[in-house]
Design a protein around this ligand. Sequence first.
Ligand code: SAH
Length: 279
Amino acid sequence: MTEGIANLADLEPGWVWLTGAGPGDPGLLTLYAWQGLRQADVVVYDALVSPEILDLARPGCVLQYAGKRGGKPSPKQADISERLVRLARQDKRVLRLKGGDPFVFGRGGEEALALVAAGIPFRIVPGVTSGIGGLAYAGIPLTHRDTNASVTFVTGHSAAGAVPETVDWTGVARGSGTLVVFMPLKHLAEIAGRLLAAGRDAGEPAALIVKATTAEQQVLETTLGASAEDAAAAGLEPPALFVLGEVVRLRAGLDWLGALHGRALVADPLNRHRISETG
Ligand code: SAH
């Protein structure tokens, strides 16, 4: 089906492809996600999958929404899994499309296990997680030799809606150069407080990246200490990522998207940091 590309598997009737759609920009879809969109009978998609991506679905393909709607609570995970099983048993070609990567805070594992339990054949198609792609579009490298050799992805929101108690915030604060917090906005003040209490510097550079890789992308550069207040003052809304670490300074040099809109890029952003610290 995907002409000119050899050996891509086809989405067969009775199969489910549990697929990452990337952070928003359709250009970040994988060839398998694209293949699935071209071949699916039904696409079951989440709120974070962008309309431009759903537009790529084959004409006649049924699009089923599986996220929150009109303030109502989101469908239970079990209901979504059951729906996937039911559609596959009807011999449909089912594309389960999730924002970013299905196995990064996306409950893809739960859905896949439900398919296993029901004996439904499936493929996992990874996607560009917002935690990587979103940073790239903000001009922030996850790692940089001069600044950090480790990264942690952490969620700012537990299933119960609170700051997750299963996260060792002190360990994360001490052990990781770059921190990328998913779902950060609701509890940002508390998260920042825990990181500060564990010894991170209030002046450490931080950024909030909203609707990354879409036409509405916003990046707020701030510091750990000021982040919660700045986010509230700017009225930021989800989906957003919070990035903490020296790598955020590199944005002054690497904001390639901003450069397209006239931002002048600094060739040596880390050196500039040294001057401003002593000056
Ligand atoms: N599986 C997804 C994450 C799902 S959890 C992935 O790999 O990206 C939902 C959270 O992901 C959001 O609250 C936000 O923190 C983050 N997110 C997803 N898409 C985003 C985007 N385009 N811009 C900013 N954050 C995003």
